[in-house]
Design a protein around this ligand. Sequence first.
Ligand code: AMP
Length: 285
Amino acid sequence: MRLILLGPPGAGKGTQAQRLVQKHRIVQLSTGEMLRAAVAAQTPVGLQAKDIMASGSLVPDEIVIGIISDRLDQPDMKNGFILDGFPRTVPQAAALDELLKKKHIKLDAVVELRVNESALLDRVETRVAEMRARGEEVRIDDTPEVLSKRLANYRTLTEPLIHYYSERRKLLTVDGMMTIEHVTREINRILSAIGAVEPKGAKAAAPAKKAAAAARKTAKPAGKKAAKTAKKAPKAAPKGKKAASRVARKAAAAAKGRGTAMAKKVAKKTPAKASKKVTKKRAKR
Ligand code: AMP
């Protein structure tokens, strides 16, 4: 599984990335973490990045692109990865596209954690308090002043990536205001829906991948309407067609996570189509 986690500071990217790492045995690539390590080790990159990071600005694109490019060549990338904090600008995203193309790596999805900005300061304050309680060193850029600059940077430089990946039909939006547990569950649900993870009973789920692929073609950021429509989508195919009903749920889930008219159609159409296929297959046997 190869993912990008997108969201402002305090959205919970780090927490969710760790959970995905544990569940799917993939590697988390956090450019923030790597840069902090470089600062601590006083490497040339660290020395260059130190003051920039402390002020809440972004480190130059070439530096982070170089870090990611090197990292993607490591053997532990084989199982998959989650990019957390990269890309953060459109040029970084374009460079990543090139890198992945060159290395023959396919990105499964970009998961956007959408949160109310008003909650972010509280969240970062909580993070600081928790780190202090654990006796950990607090990040120097986790102050209200620097946070507001990081947020402003997110709005102007990183938010355009939502459009970038939505256009490329990679974007999945999750409500990041739910509890950590709920967000995790929702991320796993939509990743199963698009076929990025093997759902339970992987064999029967093969048609779900097709439905998911159709849903992917229509990917757009999720909206309230889409979620409502997805809820209204037919719940199951006719009795006895378990696989088809599973497809229906996956497609509805995909529509909920994406939300265009086409995705909704996919969610509605899939059960009948899928059940026909299942019936045909059974007839052949
Ligand atoms: P983070 O831990 O993701 O919040 O990142 C902490 C800081 O590292 C950011 O405020 C930036 O200064 C720097 N940084 C991390 N990732 C990137 C990136 N992809 N591009 C530029 N700067 C970055």
